[in-house]
Design a protein around this ligand. Structure first.
Ligand SMILES: *Cc1c(COP(=O)(O)O)cnc(C)c1O
Length: 409
């Protein structure tokens, strides 16, 4: 017979975080989350009232700085408590509903997620499937726009999963706009790492997460709507079934200093600091730093004797995909480099690659040397021959301005 005390849930005996976490933090060089600057970590340790004058000032500055990063003058910038995918869902579920005609340009895992979210809100989603390691042809976009007459087009700027860069984003947006469609862009891994001009390119919603280009913490994200997108959202007949993600309700907190839900105050403070650092650096310099570091990493990896996954014409710079040598698996490489070299890199949803991020704080020269060295050593120790001195030399040459790219210019 069970007594009341044996039926209750016993108090568990668990390990402390100190016992679980490595003594020295691992170097986060995967596809996100990325290392955070000290100012971001410090802000993330603070809790303040989610309502009131101090928070209102913080929110106001977050919006102002985000407008610079999104390159928009639109009023409608909001934060989201949630991952990049919550910002994505916020874009989709406010602008699409039952019967909305939506065209999803699908390059891989993340752009497919937008299509799936569209289906879930009842939109009539047609997909333009782009083969792996290719970008969509503008003629195909034009044909699909004619055929499907979408009210909304979704596209990813950088498809992190297969490391493809949609370099014609601006032209795709222009075509969609000319046909009267609103354009939603997933810039989760690219924002602040490469140019994206929301207003000038005619984009209607841009989404991003905290933990990638911005080098903030995961879990607090940003979204910007154009005036046209905001009007569409305001004009909908049926209310949004996603209460937390309803932009009309979120407006209360992000624009009227009122209550929607208790904002993740620490995360918003962290985001504030991440954005402040972007502004202090300026976008121009930040883009240049990202470009320089990514090119150097690519040259270093190539000089090791490894192959990059994506052809140069559509290669994403913010996340670099590397083919896994015969006989090895992405999982083995990631586990080994983490355990033996305290560097974290990523696999990719079944593709035969490992991925090294070049987002925010990952783009620092000392992080590149440690990562390339760890990668080269890992390959050798796992039995894949690479030329480690040649790789490190190529990295140094590229960073110091005497590498292959510099020579070509
Ligand atoms: C990481 C990523 C996402 C998803 O972000 P989460 O924060 O994991 O939800 C979406 N799109 C792209 C392009 C990404 O890189």
């Amino acid at each position: 017979m069970s007594t009341s005390s044996s039926a209750s849930v016993p108090c568990p005996d668990v390990e402390s975080l100190d016992a679980i976490l490595p003594e020295e933090p691992l170097l986060m060089m995967g596809a996100g989350p990325v290392p955070i600057p000290a100012a971001v970590a410090k802000a993330n340790a603070i809790v303040i009232n989610h309502l009131g004058g101090t928070m209102a000032k913080v929110v106001d500055q977050v919006k102002t700085m985000a407008r610079y990063v999104f390159q928009t003058r639109s009023k409608w910038v909001l934060g989201v408590a949630g991952p990049g995918s919550a910002a994505m869902e916020m874009a989709i579920c406010n602008l699409a509903w039952n019967g909305t005609r939506m065209l999803a340009i699908q390059n891989g895992f993340f752009s497919a997620r937008m299509a799936e979210m569209g289906r879930r809100v009842g939109a009539q989603v047609s997909t333009l499937e782009v083969p792996d390691r290719e970008i969509v042809a503008l003629e195909q976009v034009e044909a699909a726009l004619r055929r499907e007459r979408p009210e909304i087009v979704t596209i990813v700027q950088g498809e992190t999963s297969n490391t493809v860069w949609n370099r014609h984003l601006k032209d795709v947006a222009a075509l969609a706009k000319a046909r009267g469609a609103l354009v939603i862009v997933d810039a989760v891994c690219t924002l602040s790492t490469m140019p994206l001009e929301m207003d000038a390119w005619g984009i209607d919603a841009v989404i991003t997460g905290g933990q990638k280009g911005l080098s903030s913490i995961p879990g607090v994200s940003l979204i910007a709507f154009s005036e046209a997108a905001w009007q569409r959202m305001k004009g909908r007949d049926a209310p949004n079934t996603h209460w937390c993600l309803d932009a009309s309700l979120a407006e209360n907190f992000w624009h009227n200093a009122g209550y929607h839900y208790t904002a993740p105050v620490s995360g918003v403070l962290a985001l504030h600091e991440a954005l402040r650092l972007v502004c202090a650096e300026t976008l121009e310099k930040r883009f240049a730093r990202h470009h320089k570091c990514s090119v150097a990493l690519q040259e270093g990896v190539t000089a090791l004797g490894l192959n990059l996954y994506t052809p140069a014409a559509c290669r994403l710079s913010s996340v670099v995909g590397i083919e896994v040598p015969q006989g090895l698996s992405p999982g083995d490489i990631c586990a080994y480099i983490s355990r033996q070299h305290q560097v974290e890199i990523s696999g990719s949803f079944g593709l035969p690659i490992v991925r090294i991020g070049q987002m925010g704080e990952q783009c620092r020269e000392h992080n590149l040397f440690r990562t390339l060295h760890a990668l080269g050593r890992t390959m050798m120790e796992l039995g894949a021959p690479v030329d480690l001195p040649a790789g490190v030399a190529a990295l140094e040459k590229s960073l110091s301005g005497s590498g292959r790219t510099a020579a070509r210019q």
